[in-house]
Ligand binder design. Structure first.
Ligand code: PLP
Length: 452
């Protein structure tokens, strides 16, 4: 029996990433408030936000300093844009701050409202740059199977998950997907992690050669794949991939939408995974999700191309109404200030061994095929047969069932296929980490009992 709010919900809303038919039966979980790492439903039941919302609420909820930064910016200048030569202090300062924090030389920062917009902009910029550089045939973009880069037509094409393509008529032409560094499933029997990485780099090179290096513009990669199942690549994977990209003058874009700002215990994820990109996309923890904001961080070669095109065409013809929204910029500045002042990245690194130890202890559970993780992010892949790695029949819905059990146990997580992803706010305490994993342990036990 649905409550009044639930009934009104299913009669009015299209929910993203939801089985809309099933939701009509169960109704949604309606949340009302939050504090720290906990969110509360309309009945007052608390849940640990085990996925930081959607991998984004790094500072947790109810941070009054951030609230005050938003409120005071709203009072002072609630909106102005950056079109046609307008500007404002928070956008300037935030761009300076991001340049200062970047792990590679960044010349300029373009703001957007979401990760999808940021990655879409990255593609458009690469196409634009290569036109400016007089190589209009160099336009193809290589992404990876299982990648998640967003859902707009171009960023959704970069995404390498079937649900984002099927019946949406994606991907668009000119976007290719190479294999994911998913050792557990994609390695050949007896193949070492290093050999696996070598093979994947060789496959990338073969793809570039097949298409023609003069037509391949860019490669985009998350340091650790998030929505694809929290895939942690072998150590030598990115150095080998980078060698191939450099050899064929392929521009490397790091999609740091999940990994940046402390998730892996450092400001950015790419250097932790052993690569230095040309350009970077950030969003989510940039504002700790207190306001939608994303940024595209580009090198000087890109900036020069934008200047040349501006001289030729008269204007850089790209931008969103909310590119550099002053409230978003003020919020992000405050969030970055707190990260640095409270040493949030260092603290995340300090808590990672406990988090990873608790996660990895699930490897012995009879339902678990593999556990993966780094820093304060991880996943548990549930399998029908541990010895053979046989997956469950997707129709059985093991992932969604585990998610429902977790919810009953007072934890919100997301199932990605048959993997359970966990990515709590970075402010989680050691006691809360234990509490989170105790609940997830009970979730696994209940899921095993149900699946038997
Ligand atoms: N890139 C990565 C790595 C993401 O995880 C996401 C969202 O989860 C996106 C891009 C898309 O961001 P948004 O949902 O803000 O468009």
């Amino acid at each position: 029996m649905l409550t009044n709010l639930q009934t009104r919900d299913v009669e009015t809303l299209v929910h993203p990433y939801t089985n809309l038919a099933a939701l009509r039966e169960t109704g949604p979980l309606v949340l009302e408030r939050a504090k720290g790492i906990h969110v509360y439903d309309v009945d007052g039941k608390p849940y640990i936000e085990g996925l930081s919302g959607l991998w984004c609420t790094a500072l947790g909820y109810g941070n009054e300093e951030v609230v005050e930064a938003a409120a005071s910016q709203m009072r002072k200048l609630s909106f102005t844009h950056l079109f046609g030569g307008k500007s404002h202090d928070p956008a300037i300062e935030l761009a300076e701050k991001l340049k200062e924090m970047a792990p590679v030389p960044i010349s300029k920062v373009f703001f957007a409202g979401s990760g999808s917009e940021a990655n879409d902009s990255q593609i458009k910029l690469v196409w634009y740059m290569n036109n400016a550089l007089g190589r209009p045939q160099k336009k193809k973009i290589i992404s990876r199977q299982r990648a998640y880069h967003g859902v707009t037509i171009a960023s959704g094409s970069l995404t390498g998950l079937p649900a984002n393509h099927t019946d949406f008529d994606l991907p668009i032409a000119g976007i290719f997907h190479t294999a994911a560094p998913y050792y557990y499933r994609n390695a050949e029997p007896g193949e070492s992690e290093d050999d696996f990485a070598t093979r994947l780099a060789a496959e990338l090179e073969a793809l570039i050669l097949r298409e023609g290096p003069e037509t391949v513009a860019a490669f985009i990669a998350e340091p650790i794949m998030g929505a694809g199942g929290v895939i942690v690549p072998p150590k030598s994977y990115f150095p080998k991939i980078m060698d191939v990209c450099r050899k064929y003058d392929v521009y490397m874009i790091a999609d740091e939408v999940i990994c940046a700002f402390g998730r892996l215990g450092a400001a950015f994820g790419a250097p932790v995974l052993g690569y230095l990109p040309d350009a970077i996309s950030v969003a989510k923890a940039l504002s700790s999700a207190y306001f939608p904001i994303a940024a595209v961080m580009v090198p000087e070669i890109m900036h020069q191309a934008l200047l040349d095109e501006s001289r030729k065409i008269g204007s850089f013809g790209h931008g969103f109404t909310y590119s550099g929204h002053p409230v978003g910029a003020a919020v992000a500045l405050k969030v970055l200030e707190i990260y640095q002042r409270d040493r949030i990245f260092e603290q995340a690194a300090a808590k990672a061994p406990q988090f990873q130890a608790r996660l990895k202890a699930f490897a012995d559970h009879p339902l678990v095929g593999e556990v993966r993780g780094m820093g304060l992010i991880g996943a548990v892949e549930m399998v029908a047969d541990k010895a053979t790695k046989r997956a469950f029949d997707p129709k059985k819905g093991v992932g969604p069932k585990a998610m429902a059990f977790a919810q009953e146990e007072g934890v919100l997580i997301r199932s990605l296929g048959d993997s359970m992803a966990v990515c709590p706010p970075l402010i989680i305490t050691p006691e809360e980490i234990d509490d989170l994993f105790d609940r997830l342990g009970r979730t696994l036990d209940r899921t095993l009992d149900w699946a038997k």
